[in-house]
Design a protein around this ligand. Structure first.
Ligand SMILES: NC(=O)c1ccc[n+]([C@@H]2O[C@H](COP(=O)([O-])OP(=O)(O)OC[C@H]3O[C@@H](n4cnc5c(N)ncnc54)[C@H](OP(=O)(O)O)[C@@H]3O)[C@@H](O)[C@H]2O)c1
Length: 306
């Protein structure tokens, strides 16, 4: 029998992911803190629950995709949380990016009620969520993953079981170290291209096709050239992830000098009230240091007086 799915958190990621689950033919119930955001899914055929507990009572598999660790704790363990409605034998799949340690605590609390949990954070951005091409890194029991697979296949192309509870979140933090490193490299490269007076679109086209190519460069490079700061992933959430990374690195005694620097650069954007911009707005922090903007018609390096 087809599992009934519940989806909590219809933000930039969740609204597309929930739509893909519905499109794949699963009976779907949704809940979102800001109720209006459920309207498009309700129009597409989803049921709307009054709270997470009610959603869990109507579902065999509950998926959460909310912002941060306290938010996942709230929707799963809070007074109207999933834990109060979930039947023994049901499964919770958390696809938010949160603390690996908190994930293990939440999994233990659910296990006491006979409810299994997977941590299944994702990478691939809002574009990957819309197209159903996310990379999903899964922590938890293999049997639980087997059960969730048909639903996860509606969301992602690469689904990797990386270990026990919390391991998915640890791998997601690894992902974020590499993502922000890519982002900084892209921003520094574009700054140099601007100063060097080359055609920025041609520069992007050329380097995207070589060893410097990356998801970040092809998705966010053109956005920077267009000075389009609409978020696929906000600076505020990026900083939430970097805090999780630096906390884990601190606990494990691992030096991450590059990531620490990028965290500080993003902090200058938060201080300027730019937390709602997309994470590619990192370039604004570098532009403030350089004294010029990318794509703003600055005279090329060759044109400058000696
Ligand atoms: N965007 C990306 O590219 C991306 C990629 C990979 C992973 N992620 C991760 O996916 C998760 C969601 O990201 P997003 O970009 O979709 O964020 P978003 O657009 O800001 O949406 C956040 C969602 O969480 C809900 N929420 C937040 N706090 C809550 C609380 N205390 N109780 C109930 N609901 C709460 C929000 O409800 P309201 O509508 O009421 O605000 C909204 O539905 C985050 O953990 C993020 O790190 C994002």
């Amino acid at each position: 029998m087809t599992d009934r799915v519940g989806f909590i958190g219809l933000g930039i990621m969740g609204r597309s992911m929930a739509a893909n689950i519905l499109r794949a033919g699963f009976p779907l119930t949704v809940w979102n803190r800001t109720a209006e955001r459920t309207a498009p899914l309700a129009a597409a055929g989803a049921q709307v629950a009054a709270n997470p507990a009610e959603l869990a009572a109507a579902s065999d598999i509950v998926i959460t995709c909310v912002s941060d660790t306290p938010d996942v704790e709230e929707v799963i363990l809070g007074p109207q949380g999933v834990i109060h409605g979930a039947r023994p034998g049901s499964l919770v799949v958390d696809m938010s990016t949160i603390s690996p340690e908190a994930t293990r605590r939440i999994a233990a609390a659910l296990a006491e009620r006979g409810v299994d949990m997977l941590d299944a954070p994702v990478s691939g951005g809002s574009e990957g969520a819309a197209k159903g091409t996310l990379s999903i890194m899964v922590g938890g029991k293999a049997e639980a993953l087997q059960r969730a697979l048909p639903v996860l296949r509606a969301l992602g192309q690469r689904i990797t079981h990386v270990g026990d509870h919390g391991a998915g979140q640890t791998v997601k933090l690894v992902n974020q170290v590499i993502v922000v490193g890519n982002c900084l490299a892209m921003c520094e490269g574009l700054l140099l291209a601007q100063a060097g007076g080359v055609d920025l679109h041609k520069a992007l086209e050329a380097v995207s096709a070589g060893a410097a190519g990356s998801w970040m460069l092809s998705q966010r490079g053109p956005q920077i050239l267009a000075r389009d700061w609409r978020p696929g992933f906000t600076v505020a959430l990026q900083q939430k992830d970097l805090r999780l990374v630096l906390e884990a690195a601190d606990q494990l005694g691992v030096p991450l000098p590059g990531t620490s620097l990028i965290f500080q650069l993003y902090r200058t954007l938060e201080a300027r009230g730019l937390g709602g911009d997309g994470n590619h707005a990192l370039i604004k922090a570098l532009e403030a240091l350089a004294g010029f903007e990318v794509g703003a018609g600055r005279a090329s390096g060759g044109d400058r007086a000696p």
